[in-house]
Write a protein that binds this ligand. Structure first.
Ligand code: NAD
Ligand code: DAU
Length: 352
Protein backbone atom coordinates (compact mmCIF):
# COMPACT_ATOMS: atom_id res chain seq x y z
CA UNK A 1 0.00 0.00 0.00
CA UNK A 2 1.34 3.42 -0.99
CA UNK A 3 -0.16 6.69 0.23
CA UNK A 4 0.37 9.72 -2.01
CA UNK A 5 1.07 7.47 -4.99
CA UNK A 6 -0.27 9.99 -7.51
CA UNK A 7 2.28 12.64 -6.54
CA UNK A 8 5.85 13.16 -7.69
CA UNK A 9 7.81 10.61 -5.59
CA UNK A 10 4.88 8.26 -4.89
CA UNK A 11 4.29 7.80 -8.61
CA UNK A 12 7.98 6.96 -9.14
CA UNK A 13 7.63 4.35 -6.37
CA UNK A 14 4.54 2.86 -8.04
CA UNK A 15 6.31 2.76 -11.43
CA UNK A 16 9.15 0.83 -9.76
CA UNK A 17 6.78 -1.55 -7.96
CA UNK A 18 4.97 -2.25 -11.24
CA UNK A 19 8.31 -2.82 -12.99
CA UNK A 20 9.24 -5.28 -10.24
CA UNK A 21 5.82 -6.94 -10.71
CA UNK A 22 4.53 -6.66 -7.17
CA UNK A 23 1.33 -8.71 -7.02
CA UNK A 24 -0.92 -6.09 -5.45
CA UNK A 25 -0.32 -2.33 -5.22
CA UNK A 26 -2.94 -0.11 -3.59
CA UNK A 27 -2.55 3.65 -3.99
CA UNK A 28 -4.39 5.79 -1.44
CA UNK A 29 -4.50 9.33 -2.80
CA UNK A 30 -7.22 11.98 -2.54
CA UNK A 31 -5.76 13.79 -5.60
CA UNK A 32 -5.06 17.26 -4.24
CA UNK A 33 -3.65 19.89 -6.64
CA UNK A 34 -0.35 17.91 -6.41
CA UNK A 35 -1.77 14.52 -7.43
CA UNK A 36 -3.22 13.61 -10.79
CA UNK A 37 -4.44 10.49 -12.59
CA UNK A 38 -2.46 11.63 -15.65
CA UNK A 39 0.70 10.84 -13.68
CA UNK A 40 -0.03 7.10 -13.61
CA UNK A 41 -1.76 6.48 -16.94
CA UNK A 42 0.25 3.37 -17.88
CA UNK A 43 0.38 1.93 -14.37
CA UNK A 44 -3.42 2.19 -14.04
CA UNK A 45 -3.64 -0.69 -16.57
CA UNK A 46 -1.46 -3.00 -14.44
CA UNK A 47 -3.72 -5.84 -13.20
CA UNK A 48 -2.48 -5.67 -9.60
CA UNK A 49 -2.91 -1.89 -9.32
CA UNK A 50 -5.81 -0.22 -7.51
CA UNK A 51 -6.37 3.47 -6.76
CA UNK A 52 -8.49 4.37 -3.71
CA UNK A 53 -9.42 8.04 -3.78
CA UNK A 54 -9.45 8.63 -0.04
CA UNK A 55 -8.28 11.24 2.42
CA UNK A 56 -5.71 10.24 5.05
CA UNK A 57 -7.40 12.78 7.33
CA UNK A 58 -10.44 10.48 7.40
CA UNK A 59 -9.66 8.04 10.23
CA UNK A 60 -12.59 5.73 9.49
CA UNK A 61 -11.67 5.46 5.82
CA UNK A 62 -8.06 4.57 6.72
CA UNK A 63 -9.23 1.82 9.12
CA UNK A 64 -11.62 0.49 6.49
CA UNK A 65 -9.03 0.41 3.70
CA UNK A 66 -6.34 -1.23 5.80
CA UNK A 67 -8.81 -3.87 6.98
CA UNK A 68 -10.00 -4.37 3.37
CA UNK A 69 -6.56 -4.84 1.79
CA UNK A 70 -4.59 -6.25 4.78
CA UNK A 71 -1.28 -4.88 3.43
CA UNK A 72 2.12 -6.38 4.27
CA UNK A 73 3.57 -2.88 4.19
CA UNK A 74 2.47 0.73 3.89
CA UNK A 75 4.77 3.29 2.28
CA UNK A 76 3.42 6.58 3.58
CA UNK A 77 4.19 9.49 1.21
CA UNK A 78 0.91 11.44 1.22
CA UNK A 79 1.63 14.93 2.49
CA UNK A 80 1.45 18.59 1.79
CA UNK A 81 5.01 19.00 0.55
CA UNK A 82 5.72 22.57 -0.60
CA UNK A 83 7.53 24.88 1.85
CA UNK A 84 6.22 28.09 0.22
CA UNK A 85 2.60 26.93 0.53
CA UNK A 86 3.20 26.12 4.21
CA UNK A 87 4.21 29.75 4.75
CA UNK A 88 1.04 31.03 3.08
CA UNK A 89 -1.29 28.48 4.69
CA UNK A 90 0.03 26.15 7.41
CA UNK A 91 -3.35 24.62 8.35
CA UNK A 92 -3.44 21.90 5.69
CA UNK A 93 0.09 20.87 6.65
CA UNK A 94 -0.97 20.32 10.24
CA UNK A 95 -4.06 18.31 9.34
CA UNK A 96 -2.62 16.19 6.53
CA UNK A 97 0.94 15.67 7.72
CA UNK A 98 0.27 15.25 11.45
CA UNK A 99 -3.37 14.13 11.83
CA UNK A 100 -3.15 12.05 8.65
CA UNK A 101 -0.06 10.18 9.89
CA UNK A 102 -1.72 9.65 13.27
CA UNK A 103 -4.81 8.17 11.57
CA UNK A 104 -2.66 5.73 9.61
CA UNK A 105 -0.67 4.68 12.69
CA UNK A 106 -3.91 4.03 14.59
CA UNK A 107 -5.39 2.09 11.68
CA UNK A 108 -2.21 -0.03 11.58
CA UNK A 109 -2.47 -0.64 15.34
CA UNK A 110 -6.07 -1.82 14.95
CA UNK A 111 -5.03 -4.15 12.12
CA UNK A 112 -2.09 -5.50 14.19
CA UNK A 113 -4.49 -6.21 17.08
CA UNK A 114 -6.88 -7.99 14.71
CA UNK A 115 -4.07 -10.20 13.40
CA UNK A 116 -2.78 -10.91 16.91
CA UNK A 117 -6.23 -12.17 17.94
CA UNK A 118 -6.20 -14.77 15.17
CA UNK A 119 -5.06 -18.27 16.09
CA UNK A 120 -2.67 -18.36 13.12
CA UNK A 121 0.86 -18.43 14.60
CA UNK A 122 2.45 -16.99 11.47
CA UNK A 123 0.84 -13.54 11.85
CA UNK A 124 2.97 -10.52 11.01
CA UNK A 125 2.54 -6.88 11.90
CA UNK A 126 1.96 -4.35 9.16
CA UNK A 127 5.25 -2.68 8.26
CA UNK A 128 4.82 1.11 8.33
CA UNK A 129 7.40 3.01 6.26
CA UNK A 130 7.21 6.72 6.96
CA UNK A 131 8.76 8.83 4.18
CA UNK A 132 10.18 12.06 5.56
CA UNK A 133 12.58 14.85 4.74
CA UNK A 134 16.03 16.13 5.68
CA UNK A 135 14.37 19.49 6.48
CA UNK A 136 13.41 18.18 9.94
CA UNK A 137 17.07 18.66 10.93
CA UNK A 138 16.95 22.41 10.20
CA UNK A 139 19.77 24.14 8.40
CA UNK A 140 23.54 23.64 8.07
CA UNK A 141 26.33 26.18 7.70
CA UNK A 142 29.01 25.84 5.03
CA UNK A 143 30.29 22.51 6.41
CA UNK A 144 28.96 19.33 8.07
CA UNK A 145 26.24 16.83 7.20
CA UNK A 146 22.91 15.67 8.58
CA UNK A 147 23.09 12.15 10.00
CA UNK A 148 20.42 10.00 11.61
CA UNK A 149 21.23 11.30 15.11
CA UNK A 150 21.21 15.00 14.17
CA UNK A 151 18.91 17.03 16.45
CA UNK A 152 15.50 18.01 15.11
CA UNK A 153 15.35 21.78 14.44
CA UNK A 154 12.62 22.38 11.85
CA UNK A 155 12.28 25.96 10.62
CA UNK A 156 9.20 26.04 8.36
CA UNK A 157 5.60 25.01 9.05
CA UNK A 158 6.16 22.21 6.49
CA UNK A 159 9.27 20.82 8.17
CA UNK A 160 7.72 21.23 11.65
CA UNK A 161 4.70 19.19 10.54
CA UNK A 162 6.97 16.49 9.09
CA UNK A 163 9.07 16.48 12.29
CA UNK A 164 5.89 16.04 14.34
CA UNK A 165 4.86 13.08 12.20
CA UNK A 166 8.34 11.51 12.56
CA UNK A 167 7.96 11.76 16.34
CA UNK A 168 4.55 10.08 16.23
CA UNK A 169 6.01 7.18 14.24
CA UNK A 170 8.85 6.79 16.74
CA UNK A 171 6.39 6.82 19.67
CA UNK A 172 4.12 4.18 18.07
CA UNK A 173 7.12 1.90 17.61
CA UNK A 174 8.37 2.38 21.17
CA UNK A 175 4.99 2.27 22.91
CA UNK A 176 2.84 -0.05 20.81
CA UNK A 177 5.48 -2.15 19.06
CA UNK A 178 4.39 -0.97 15.60
CA UNK A 179 6.83 -2.23 12.95
CA UNK A 180 8.18 1.08 11.60
CA UNK A 181 10.99 2.34 9.40
CA UNK A 182 11.62 6.03 8.67
CA UNK A 183 13.60 7.57 5.84
CA UNK A 184 14.66 11.22 5.60
CA UNK A 185 15.64 12.35 2.13
CA UNK A 186 17.14 15.39 0.44
CA UNK A 187 15.69 17.34 -2.53
CA UNK A 188 14.36 15.18 -5.35
CA UNK A 189 14.20 16.12 -9.02
CA UNK A 190 13.01 14.35 -12.17
CA UNK A 191 9.89 13.80 -14.29
CA UNK A 192 6.35 14.48 -12.99
CA UNK A 193 7.31 17.09 -10.37
CA UNK A 194 4.52 19.61 -9.98
CA UNK A 195 5.68 22.95 -11.44
CA UNK A 196 5.88 24.97 -8.26
CA UNK A 197 9.25 23.69 -7.03
CA UNK A 198 12.54 25.14 -8.18
CA UNK A 199 13.55 22.91 -11.10
CA UNK A 200 10.19 22.63 -12.93
CA UNK A 201 9.49 26.33 -12.27
CA UNK A 202 12.78 27.30 -13.91
CA UNK A 203 12.17 25.03 -16.93
CA UNK A 204 8.63 26.29 -17.35
CA UNK A 205 9.44 29.97 -17.00
CA UNK A 206 12.47 29.75 -19.29
CA UNK A 207 10.41 28.13 -22.04
CA UNK A 208 7.73 30.80 -21.53
CA UNK A 209 10.40 33.54 -21.87
CA UNK A 210 9.39 34.73 -18.41
CA UNK A 211 11.67 35.92 -15.58
CA UNK A 212 13.37 33.07 -13.67
CA UNK A 213 12.99 33.90 -9.95
CA UNK A 214 15.97 33.14 -7.70
CA UNK A 215 15.27 33.72 -4.01
CA UNK A 216 17.77 35.98 -2.21
CA UNK A 217 21.28 35.70 -3.68
CA UNK A 218 20.87 32.15 -4.96
CA UNK A 219 23.59 30.90 -2.63
CA UNK A 220 21.41 28.46 -0.65
CA UNK A 221 22.56 24.87 -1.11
CA UNK A 222 20.52 21.71 -1.64
CA UNK A 223 21.64 18.08 -2.15
CA UNK A 224 19.85 16.83 -5.28
CA UNK A 225 18.71 13.23 -5.79
CA UNK A 226 17.15 11.84 -8.97
CA UNK A 227 13.65 10.63 -8.09
CA UNK A 228 14.10 7.08 -9.44
CA UNK A 229 17.13 6.65 -7.16
CA UNK A 230 14.93 7.68 -4.25
CA UNK A 231 12.26 5.18 -5.29
CA UNK A 232 14.88 2.39 -5.34
CA UNK A 233 16.13 3.42 -1.91
CA UNK A 234 12.59 3.46 -0.53
CA UNK A 235 11.84 -0.06 -1.77
CA UNK A 236 15.07 -1.25 -0.12
CA UNK A 237 14.18 0.44 3.18
CA UNK A 238 10.62 -0.88 3.07
CA UNK A 239 11.76 -4.43 2.32
CA UNK A 240 15.02 -4.78 4.24
CA UNK A 241 15.28 -1.89 6.69
CA UNK A 242 15.66 -2.80 10.36
CA UNK A 243 12.50 -2.25 12.38
CA UNK A 244 12.59 0.97 14.40
CA UNK A 245 15.50 2.36 12.37
CA UNK A 246 15.89 5.63 10.45
CA UNK A 247 17.76 5.88 7.15
CA UNK A 248 19.01 9.15 5.64
CA UNK A 249 18.97 9.28 1.83
CA UNK A 250 20.90 11.82 -0.24
CA UNK A 251 22.26 12.36 -3.72
CA UNK A 252 25.90 13.34 -3.05
CA UNK A 253 25.11 16.30 -5.33
CA UNK A 254 25.28 19.59 -3.50
CA UNK A 255 24.68 22.66 -5.63
CA UNK A 256 23.83 26.30 -4.92
CA UNK A 257 20.45 27.30 -6.32
CA UNK A 258 22.20 29.63 -8.76
CA UNK A 259 24.35 26.74 -10.03
CA UNK A 260 21.21 24.65 -10.58
CA UNK A 261 19.45 27.47 -12.43
CA UNK A 262 22.49 28.22 -14.60
CA UNK A 263 22.87 24.52 -15.44
CA UNK A 264 19.24 24.36 -16.60
CA UNK A 265 19.76 27.49 -18.72
CA UNK A 266 22.87 25.98 -20.34
CA UNK A 267 21.11 22.71 -21.19
CA UNK A 268 18.15 24.63 -22.64
CA UNK A 269 20.54 26.82 -24.68
CA UNK A 270 21.84 23.57 -26.12
CA UNK A 271 18.62 21.70 -26.85
CA UNK A 272 15.99 24.45 -27.29
CA UNK A 273 17.90 27.68 -28.06
CA UNK A 274 16.17 31.04 -27.78
CA UNK A 275 15.86 33.22 -30.86
CA UNK A 276 17.74 35.97 -29.09
CA UNK A 277 20.33 35.62 -26.31
CA UNK A 278 20.71 32.97 -23.64
CA UNK A 279 18.17 31.74 -21.08
CA UNK A 280 20.40 32.98 -18.24
CA UNK A 281 19.43 36.54 -19.28
CA UNK A 282 16.04 35.76 -17.70
CA UNK A 283 17.51 35.09 -14.21
CA UNK A 284 16.13 37.60 -11.69
CA UNK A 285 16.96 37.81 -7.98
CA UNK A 286 13.76 38.24 -5.95
CA UNK A 287 12.77 38.68 -2.31
CA UNK A 288 14.02 35.81 -0.17
CA UNK A 289 11.81 33.09 1.36
CA UNK A 290 11.10 33.84 5.07
CA UNK A 291 13.08 31.45 7.32
CA UNK A 292 15.01 30.20 4.27
CA UNK A 293 17.27 27.28 5.30
CA UNK A 294 20.79 27.91 4.02
CA UNK A 295 22.10 24.43 3.36
CA UNK A 296 20.99 20.79 3.45
CA UNK A 297 23.52 17.97 3.04
CA UNK A 298 23.04 14.29 3.84
CA UNK A 299 25.44 11.72 5.24
CA UNK A 300 23.93 8.60 3.63
CA UNK A 301 26.54 6.20 4.98
CA UNK A 302 24.03 4.02 6.87
CA UNK A 303 21.85 3.10 3.89
CA UNK A 304 24.96 2.60 1.75
CA UNK A 305 26.69 0.23 4.17
CA UNK A 306 23.66 -1.56 5.64
CA UNK A 307 21.44 -1.86 2.56
CA UNK A 308 24.01 -1.48 -0.24
CA UNK A 309 22.08 1.37 -1.91
CA UNK A 310 23.85 4.09 -3.89
CA UNK A 311 22.53 6.86 -6.15
CA UNK A 312 23.03 5.81 -9.79
CA UNK A 313 22.26 9.07 -11.60
CA UNK A 314 24.74 11.99 -11.75
CA UNK A 315 23.22 15.47 -11.52
CA UNK A 316 24.54 16.55 -14.94
CA UNK A 317 22.88 13.64 -16.74
CA UNK A 318 19.80 13.56 -14.50
CA UNK A 319 19.03 17.22 -15.06
CA UNK A 320 19.33 16.81 -18.83
CA UNK A 321 16.96 13.80 -18.72
CA UNK A 322 14.55 15.87 -16.63
CA UNK A 323 14.59 18.85 -18.99
CA UNK A 324 14.13 16.57 -22.01
CA UNK A 325 11.17 14.93 -20.24
CA UNK A 326 9.48 18.29 -19.59
CA UNK A 327 10.04 19.37 -23.20
CA UNK A 328 8.43 16.16 -24.43
CA UNK A 329 5.59 16.21 -21.90
CA UNK A 330 4.13 19.70 -22.02
CA UNK A 331 0.70 18.01 -22.26
CA UNK A 332 1.16 16.64 -18.75
CA UNK A 333 2.14 20.11 -17.47
CA UNK A 334 -1.05 21.51 -19.02
CA UNK A 335 -3.27 18.73 -17.66
CA UNK A 336 -2.05 19.19 -14.06
CA UNK A 337 -2.47 22.96 -14.29
CA UNK A 338 1.21 23.68 -13.79
CA UNK A 339 1.38 26.72 -16.06
CA UNK A 340 -0.67 28.74 -13.61
CA UNK A 341 1.33 27.55 -10.56
CA UNK A 342 4.71 28.16 -12.13
CA UNK A 343 3.80 31.80 -12.73
CA UNK A 344 2.65 32.49 -9.19
CA UNK A 345 5.05 33.64 -6.44
CA UNK A 346 4.17 31.82 -3.22
CA UNK A 347 5.64 31.85 0.27
CA UNK A 348 5.80 35.50 1.19
CA UNK A 349 3.34 35.02 4.05
CA UNK A 350 -0.15 36.30 4.61
CA UNK A 351 -2.77 34.50 6.61
CA UNK A 352 -5.08 31.66 5.52
P1 NAD B 1 3.74 15.74 -3.83
O1 NAD B 1 3.21 17.01 -3.24
O2 NAD B 1 4.19 15.70 -5.23
O3 NAD B 1 2.63 14.59 -3.69
C1 NAD B 1 1.86 14.40 -2.54
C2 NAD B 1 0.73 13.43 -2.88
O4 NAD B 1 -0.03 13.21 -1.68
C3 NAD B 1 -0.24 13.95 -3.94
O5 NAD B 1 -0.52 12.97 -4.89
C4 NAD B 1 -1.49 14.31 -3.14
O6 NAD B 1 -2.69 14.18 -3.89
C5 NAD B 1 -1.41 13.32 -1.99
N1 NAD B 1 -2.11 13.82 -0.79
C6 NAD B 1 -1.92 15.03 -0.20
N2 NAD B 1 -2.75 15.15 0.85
C7 NAD B 1 -3.46 13.99 0.92
C8 NAD B 1 -4.48 13.51 1.80
N3 NAD B 1 -4.94 14.28 2.80
N4 NAD B 1 -4.96 12.28 1.62
C9 NAD B 1 -4.52 11.52 0.58
N5 NAD B 1 -3.59 11.92 -0.29
C10 NAD B 1 -3.05 13.15 -0.12
O7 NAD B 1 4.86 15.28 -2.83
P2 NAD B 1 6.27 14.59 -3.15
O8 NAD B 1 7.25 15.62 -3.51
O9 NAD B 1 6.05 13.42 -4.02
O10 NAD B 1 6.66 14.08 -1.68
C11 NAD B 1 6.18 12.84 -1.20
C12 NAD B 1 6.67 12.63 0.22
O11 NAD B 1 8.09 12.66 0.26
C13 NAD B 1 6.19 13.70 1.19
O12 NAD B 1 5.86 13.07 2.41
C14 NAD B 1 7.39 14.63 1.35
O13 NAD B 1 7.39 15.22 2.63
C15 NAD B 1 8.54 13.65 1.19
N6 NAD B 1 9.80 14.22 0.62
C16 NAD B 1 9.77 14.95 -0.54
C17 NAD B 1 10.98 15.42 -1.06
C18 NAD B 1 11.02 16.21 -2.35
O14 NAD B 1 12.10 16.71 -2.71
N7 NAD B 1 9.93 16.36 -3.09
C19 NAD B 1 12.18 15.15 -0.40
C20 NAD B 1 12.15 14.41 0.78
C21 NAD B 1 10.95 13.93 1.28
O1 DAU C 1 15.02 18.79 1.30
C1 DAU C 1 13.88 18.07 0.98
C2 DAU C 1 12.74 19.00 0.62
O2 DAU C 1 13.04 19.56 -0.64
C3 DAU C 1 11.38 18.31 0.60
O3 DAU C 1 11.07 17.85 1.90
C4 DAU C 1 10.29 19.26 0.10
O4 DAU C 1 9.06 18.55 -0.02
C5 DAU C 1 10.71 19.79 -1.25
O5 DAU C 1 9.74 20.72 -1.68
C6 DAU C 1 12.09 20.45 -1.18
O6 DAU C 1 12.04 21.67 -0.40
P1 DAU C 1 12.82 23.00 -0.86
O7 DAU C 1 12.19 24.15 -0.19
O8 DAU C 1 14.29 22.84 -0.76
O9 DAU C 1 12.43 22.97 -2.45
P2 DAU C 1 12.02 24.11 -3.48
O10 DAU C 1 12.06 23.49 -4.84
O11 DAU C 1 10.77 24.83 -3.08
O12 DAU C 1 13.23 25.14 -3.39
C7 DAU C 1 14.56 24.73 -3.63
C8 DAU C 1 15.45 25.94 -3.39
O13 DAU C 1 15.23 26.89 -4.44
C9 DAU C 1 15.16 26.67 -2.11
O14 DAU C 1 16.38 27.14 -1.56
C10 DAU C 1 14.27 27.84 -2.53
C11 DAU C 1 14.77 28.14 -3.94
N1 DAU C 1 13.77 28.63 -4.90
C12 DAU C 1 12.59 27.96 -5.03
C13 DAU C 1 11.64 28.37 -5.96
C14 DAU C 1 10.32 27.64 -6.08
C15 DAU C 1 14.07 29.72 -5.71
O15 DAU C 1 15.16 30.33 -5.61
N2 DAU C 1 13.13 30.12 -6.65
C16 DAU C 1 11.93 29.51 -6.80
O16 DAU C 1 11.11 29.92 -7.66
Amino acid sequence: MVTGGSGFIGSAVIRSLVAEQYAQIVNIDILTYAGNEATLLNEACYPGYKHEKADIRDAQAMRRLIKKYQPDAIMHLAAESHVDRSIDGPGEFISTNIQGTYNLLEAVRTEDDRRLALTDQSWRRVRFHHISTDEVYGTLGASGYFHEESPYQPNSPYSASKAASDHLVRAWAETFGTDTVVSNCSNNYGPYQYPEKLIPVVIHRALAEDVIPVYGKGDNIRDWLFVDDHATALIEVMGRGESGRTYNIGGDSERTNLEVVETICRVLDDIAPRGNGTYSDLITFVQDRPGHDFRYAIDADRIKTELGWRPQERFETGIRRTIEWYLANQDWVNVVGGAHSAKKRQGLGGSE
